[in-house]
Design a protein around this ligand. Structure first.
Ligand SMILES: [Ca+2]
Ligand SMILES: [Ca+2]
Length: 214
């Protein structure tokens, strides 16, 4: 005798959509869906399958035919997703019932990236000899894949004394006029901006050591 067909409700949800650092501050975001079964009344329900791109989260079968996907926002590959980038994962839902043909359906999870702001990593204080033009090479990190950063001086504090020049070693903070000297540090605020406009700012204290006087 041919096996009968398990009938699913049209409302059955097989699609999950999550955004990097989306809804919660706990580091874990979840999305869930419910599978509805018209017939039969007795069945078993399980979720499995391998993610072909690595493990970014887990999907679990819960009560009442619910699947829940938990996204691991602390996963570096999830963090590295830029705005407009995405990852997808497929899981298999299996529904079995005695006398019925087993159903295997795919649950498709899409993870959308979010832009993370850069973080300036270069020193916030430095000292140079009087007459020196170069102050320091600015550096910043951005966890997003393919990020491009732009460095600028914020129009504040002693901004007028400084400029940023691109060099082979990176963006270099320089004195416009290296002949200046003072007995208090010069303060300059720099900004690293990514391609989506997110930025980090840092105040740098620059001490100028006077040249030896004979
Ligand atoms: Ca990101
Ligand atoms: Ca970024």
């Amino acid at each position: 005798m041919a096996k009968k067909k398990i009938k699913l409700k049209p409302s059955s949800d097989f699609v999950g959509l999550l955004t990097e650092d989306g809804a919660t501050s706990s580091g874990i975001d979840t999305d869930s869906g419910i599978i509805g079964i018209k017939t039969p009344n007795k069945f078993t329900f399980s979720v499995g399958g391998d993610d072909p791109h690595g493990v970014f989260g887990v999907v679990k079968a819960g009560k009442n035919l619910t699947w829940t996907y938990s996204l691991d926002n602390d996963n570096p590959e999830v963090d590295a997703l830029a705005l407009g980038q995405g990852l997808s994962q497929l899981y298999q839902i299996t529904i079995k019932a005695k006398g019925y043909k087993t159903i295997k359906e795919k649950v498709s999870i899409t993870i959308e990236g979010r832009n993370d702001a850069p973080e300036i990593t270069s020193n916030e204080e430095t000292s140079v000899g009087e007459g020196t033009e170069a102050v320091l090479i600015l550096a910043a990190t951005d966890v997003d894949f393919g990020a491009s950063l732009n460095y600028s001086i914020v129009d504040d504090l002693d901004a007028d004394f400084f400029e940023i020049v691109d060099t082979a070693n990176g963006p270099e903070l320089r004195f416009k006029d290296p002949s200046i000297s003072d007995d208090v540090p010069y303060l300059v605020k720099v900004r690293a901006t990514d391609e989506f406009g997110a930025f980090d700012e840092q105040e740098i204290a620059v001490t100028v050591n006077p040249a030896d006087i004979l």
